[in-house]
Each structure stands twice: as C-alpha cells, then as structure tokens.
Write a protein that binds this ligand. Structure first.
Ligand SMILES: *Cc1c(COP(=O)(O)O)cnc(C)c1O
Length: 403
C-alpha cells in the first residue's frame, strides 16, 4: 500500500462519505515519514529541485509549494477539509474571520459596485462596509435579515454581493438561505453567508444555493478559544481571486493555527451537537424563570425562526440571548453574580461565556440603531459551552437570585 492510498480513497469518495468521516480524514497531507497524525509544516519557504522547477512553480505551470504566504501543506490540509465539510469546490484560509470577509470583498468588488448586507451582522463587519469599503467607492445598503422584499428592492444594477449571517447574533433570527439564493441568482449577484454560528456540522449554505461561505475559524472551528483564523469557501472561479488577494495582501493563516483548526474539525460535529443540547436545555430553563422577560433561541417553538431553523439546520447552535426584567442595572447585576461563566465577548468556546451586548459587542451602535436591532439594555447573551448543564444552570440561578 502506498502512502497516499488513504487520501485517494477519501478524495474519490468525497461526495458519498459522511460528514464525520470527512471531518476526520479529508485533506490529510502525509509525508514520506508515514506519520499518522497530520504534520505541521512550519517553514516560510520551499526548495526546488532545479532552476527550471523554480520557474515553473513561480509561474504556476507546476503545482506545488513556493512560499507560505500562499502555499503551505498544513494550511492546504485545513482548506481541503473545510471545503469537503461545506460541500464546496475549494477554500482559502485567512489570518482571521475579518481577513476572510475583507479578502472576499476586495477580491470580488470594485469601485462603483454595491453590496446588500443584513443589518444583523457581526459589528466589525458593518464597520468594514460603512467606514472602509465606502471609502473606496463600494456602496452598501443594510436591510432587515428576514425582510425578503427589502433584499430584493435594495438590489441595483451595480449590486454584486448579498451578505448575511444566519442565525443572527445575538437574537438568533433565522433567514431562508434558499429564498435569498433565488433572489441573488435572479439578479446575477453572489450570495455570501457567514456560517460562523452553525458551522457545516449544523448548516451547509452551499447545498441551499449560497455561492460563498465565510468562517471566523476563531470560534467553533477552533472550539477551544486558542487562536485566530478564518476561511472562505466556494467555487474555484471566485476562490482563485481570493487566494490571489491573500498572496498579494498577506493576510495569511499561520500553519500552526491551521493545524489546530484541522485537529479541531475532527470533533466539530460532536461539539456542535453538545453545544446545541446544552443551549436548548438552558433556553427552556430560562424561559420558565419569573425574572426573565424573553428568551431568544431558535430551538424554542415560540421563536419566530423555529420552523425554518428546523428545516435548514441540524440543530439550533450554542448561542442564545435573553432579556431580564428591568434595564441595564439588572442585566449587569445578573452578569456580575455569576461565578463560573466567563465574562468575555468570545463565543464558540468549550467554556460558557456571558456578555452584555449593548455595552460591549454592540456598544458602537447609536441608540436608534440598537433600538432597531433589538439590542435593549436588559439583553444578555450566553454562548453555551460544554460544561455540565446543571452547573451552567446553577450559575445562571445566581444571576437570577441577584435581580
Ligand atoms: C467573530 C466573528 C467574525 C470575525 O472573526 P475574527 O476571527 O474575530 O476576525 C465574523 N463573523 C462572525 C459571525 C463572528 O462571530
């Protein structure tokens, strides 16, 4: 058996193998040493057999490694594995989730073009569109995530991308990817989905008609809060442009981080299922508490996005939010009374995190924008981790006791 038989089997059967198999075995680059675990290639450059080969590698006539800003076997393994999991042709890794979004935009947009973006996207994504891309002549229109007429009406002759996250942060609104995909296709636009909250373990936007999927690998793909990274997946036609941009601008993922993500993907589905199970249990518990005004989690049948989430996702994910009775003072009191939960804005970690969106993640919004986005003073977000659910609930009980 040659060293590559395993890989050939995986590549030849990629379309029929289960997600769990691809998560463990897709994209392995084994060296002649025969190591079983994926190796890390910590090298900035690669040597060539001859001057002729060097020329062929540089021109792209011969496939192979050149320089780790744009070719590295560990990064390629991570890219191949995430592309397999998303059911995409190919992937390009980046130094962070924001680098993935920026690279996609700068590779595919030019001055005079237009983007329609959900109003409920990651705060820094909105800043990228309004403060920076507008400076270079790219216009943006924000619309409500679930107002499909608004999406359609916002599209102009110059619109090139539709950009969204579903479920949204922090209110867990759910958008119909298939429906937005037909709107995008009818107007010749690309549909870009930031799939950070679900990951391919729970939702595969490309199967639903999305053209490009973006991840902050910093979150659930790592899953243990260790390092920054991002990835863009889609068709070769667009990804070649994104890779060319990364090669030029240098927002490259570190091979070490790529290796961490690669190993984390092996447990992605098991983790996402456990996050979802814990979150659902916490949501039901919070829902029964007198001191809680409203819980936002698509797993609750009362949530507006529940039916759609059941159809489009395999589970409801790890993030939920809720309003305590009262205002900012009560919300802060709840947060400060917890003893185990980590008070931090990160999410997608094995450790449960708690945050007050109105004064942290969404603090840059004006009062009017907060009102529109539903970010009230009494809103708290919890990204439910993998601890024993009874201990998470007991900590939230401390929060409630302080109200
Ligand atoms: C965190 C996050 C990002 C940005 O990713 P970084 O890795 O922090 O740059 C983008 N989108 C969503 C939905 C996020 O949660």
């Amino acid at each position: 058996m040659t060293e590559n038989n395993n890989n050939e089997f995986i590549e030849d059967n990629e379309l029929t193998l289960g997600l769990d198999t691809l998560a463990v075995r897709a994209g392995i680059a084994r060296t002649s040493e025969g190591e079983h675990c994926e190796p890390i290639f910590t090298t900035s450059s690669f040597v060539f057999d001859s001057a002729e080969q060097a020329a062929a590698r540089f021109s792209g006539d011969e496939a192979g490694n050149v320089y780790s800003r744009y070719t590295n076997p560990t990064i390629r393994s991570f890219q191949d594995r995430i592309a397999a999991l998303e059911g995409a042709e190919t992937a390009v890794a980046t130094s962070s989730g924001m680098a993935a979004i920026l690279s996609t935009c700068l590779a595919l947009l030019k001055a005079g073009e237009h983007v329609v973006c959900s109003r409920s996207v990651f705060g820094t994504t909105s800043v990228l569109f309004t403060k920076y891309l507008q400076k270079f002549g790219v216009q943006v229109t924000f619309v409500s995530l679930t107002d499909y007429d608004a999406w359609e009406n916002a599209i102009t002759d110059n619109t090139r991308l539709l950009f969204l996250e579903t479920p949204s942060n922090p209110l867990c609104e759910v958008a119909d990817i298939e429906r937005l995909s037909s709107i995008a296709k009818a107007k010749d636009c690309l549909l870009v989905v930031d799939n950070c909250f679900c990951t391919p373990a729970l939702q595969r936007p490309i199967d639903l008609g999305a053209d490009i999927v973006i991840h902050s690998a910093t979150k659930y793909l790592d899953g243990q809060g260790r390092c920054m990274g991002g990835v863009v997946v889609g068709r070769e036609e667009q990804m070649d442009e994104v890779l060319s941009f990364i090669r030029t601008c240098g927002a490259t993922l570190s091979p070490f981080n790529a290796w961490i993500f690669l190993k984390s993907l092996e447990t992605l589905r098991i983790r996402m299922q456990a996050h979802s199970t814990n979150a659902l249990e916490l949501a039901w518990w919070l829902n029964e508490q007198e001191a809680i005004e409203k819980v936002f989690y698509a797993g609750l049948p009362t949530h507006e996005g529940h039916v759609l989430a059941r159809k489009q996702q395999k589970a409801f994910g790890g993030v939920l939010s809720f309003r305590v009775k009262g205002g900012r003072e009560e919300a802060w009191r709840f947060i400060d009374a917890t003893q185990m939960l980590s008070l931090t804005a990160n999410l997608g970690d094995a450790k449960t995190t708690i945050v007050h969106p109105g004064t942290t993640t969404h603090g840059r919004l004006s009062d009017e924008e907060k009102q529109e986005a539903g970010i009230t003073d009494n809103l708290i977000r919890i990204a439910v981790g993998l601890e024993d659910i009874n201990d998470i609930i007991a900590d939230c009980q401390r929060g409630i006791d302080a109200l």
